[in-house]
Design a protein around this ligand. Structure first.
Ligand code: ATP
Ligand code: MG
Length: 416
């Protein structure tokens, strides 16, 4: 909190509250960087007795006068006349927040709020917050309405086994693995919807890109073809990256910058990719999933963002619209070897939907409430789910998803 008498100008009286990030002592004066509302504010203390009260990590209140100077991060500094220490650390911090060397991710997570005082760690979450704002801005400007759907559900939304059971009074329920079915139903009334919320997946392996609780950006729109949905997600990604490119100061502490944007994201069909992989000595039979190794090899060749389209039906969930030859109107958005989003056109005919649920080996009875509205005029629709955490990894050039989630949950970690 910063209170200034009148404008920020030479000699103005100022009061600042914040925490001490660093102290630099010189012969006669002491420079302190006070973090005030997540931004550095330079303090100049000329009285050594006053300076001795200040410790790194302490919360303080200072009163003084503004001095305009190019040498301070904000273009001004505060010449301190009075200091109150509001609270000071009682223990030696687990690591030096200004050290060049990064502590291990496990130590960082064990002391997460302290870790967030490290400039690079704070930068990741400022970028994350800004990216979420830009996603929303793009979608709202394109006629989407933000919705919230339940996270406690009765049956799996996609089939599959990666579900967390929970006790729901005297019954069993599950944590939602995606808002898929709800967002599709909502296109009936709202035409264009999106949700930013948690998805829960009981992932059995420990990887750098899977968590048990992730944040998904789910988008669903009536009347768009598969190609148009790809145009939409491409437009959205470009909007976010261009927005961030215009704020380079957000990236200063990271020694990274947002990924480069091609004129257009290349679109390869699944079949084209397995052909190209043959050229790289990788033999994937039609209908088999692309292995992580092959995705990485292909990703290195493609470089940056690209789409994989027209996946075989057996690799996609029941709600995806089939095409001829066992293919589907579907896509994955990739960045190098990393899957960022899956989407496509959906089945909107109730009879076809029932049939597809059966063919995917799922019990139709569990989907009764989902199929019912389809009999009352469901519009043709499509959409995608984008992993927000994975997208932030790409934006900030972090290799471990745990770095870009405040309190990650994985196979091992349930605290803090
Ligand atoms: P993957 O094959 O990488 O496990 P998926 O195909 O199972 O992903 P989808 O069901 O398509 O995932 O979910 C949409 C998006 O949500 C994914 O593209 C990914 O970005 C993100 N996502 C899915 N599962 C996780 C997870 N466990 N942790 C983090 N992000 C996830
Ligand atoms: Mg997927």
């Amino acid at each position: 909190m910063l209170l200034v008498d009148g404008k920020i100008a030479e000699g103005a009286a100022a009061t600042a509250y914040g925490w001490v990030q660093s102290i630099r002592e010189q012969k006669t004066i002491t420079f302190v960087i006070l973090m005030e509302n997540r931004e550095p504010l330079q303090l100049v203390i000329k009285d050594k007795r006053l300076a001795r009260k200040v410790k790194v990590h302490a919360s303080i209140m200072v009163k003084g006068r503004v001095a305009m100077t190019e040498r301070a991060p904000r273009g001004y500094e505060i010449h301190v006349e009075e200091i109150s220490v509001l609270n000071k650390p009682r223990k030696i911090p687990p690591f030096d927040i200004m050290a060049k060397e990064e502590p291990s991710i496990d130590v960082r997570l064990d002391y997460r709020p302290v870790d967030l005082r490290r400039p690079s760690s704070m930068a990741v979450f400022k970028i994350r917050a800004r990216a979420l704002q830009l996603f929303r801005e793009y979608l709202v400007n394109n006629g989407f309405i933000e919705v919230n759907t339940p996270k406690i559900i009765a049956t799996a939304s996609e089939g599959g086994s990666a579900l967390f059971p929970v006790m729901y009074y005297d019954r069993q329920a599950f944590l939602a693995q995606s808002p898929q079915l709800y967002k599709e139903e909502l296109t009936m009334a709202f035409e264009r919807v999106f949700e930013i919320g948690p998805i829960f997946r009981a992932e059995q392996s420990r990887t750098m890109k899977h968590l048990s609780e992730a944040t998904s950006l789910d988008v669903e729109a009536a009347f768009l073809s598969n190609e148009e949905i790809m145009d939409l997600i491409e437009g959205m990604v470009k909007h976010v990256i261009k927005g961030l490119n215009s704020e380079p100061q957000l990236f200063a502490a990271l020694k990274a910058k947002p990924p480069a944007l091609p004129e257009r994201f290349p679109r390869f069909t699944y079949s084209e990719i397995i052909e190209k992989l043959k050229g790289l000595g990788e033999d994937i039979a039609f209908g088999d999933d692309l292995t992580q190794k092959s995705l990485e090899e292909f990703g290195n060749m493609a470089g940056g963002f690209y789409f994989i389209t027209e996946w075989p039906a057996k690799l996609k969930p029941f709600y995806i619209m089939p095409k001829e030859n066992g293919l589907t109107s579907s896509f994955d958005l990739m960045y190098m070897g990393l899957e960022l989003a899956s989407g496509g056109q959906r089945i909107h005919d109730p009879v076809m939907l029932r049939k597809s649920i059966k063919e995917h080996g799922l019990p139709v009875s569990s989907f009764k409430f989902h199929i019912t509205p389809y009999y009352y005029g469901m519009p043709p629709h499509g959409g995608f789910g984008l992993g927000v955490d994975r997208f932030i990894m790409v934006l900030t050039d972090r290799k471990n998803i745990r770095e870009v989630v405040l309190y990650p949950r994985d196979l091992r970690r349930l605290v803090p």
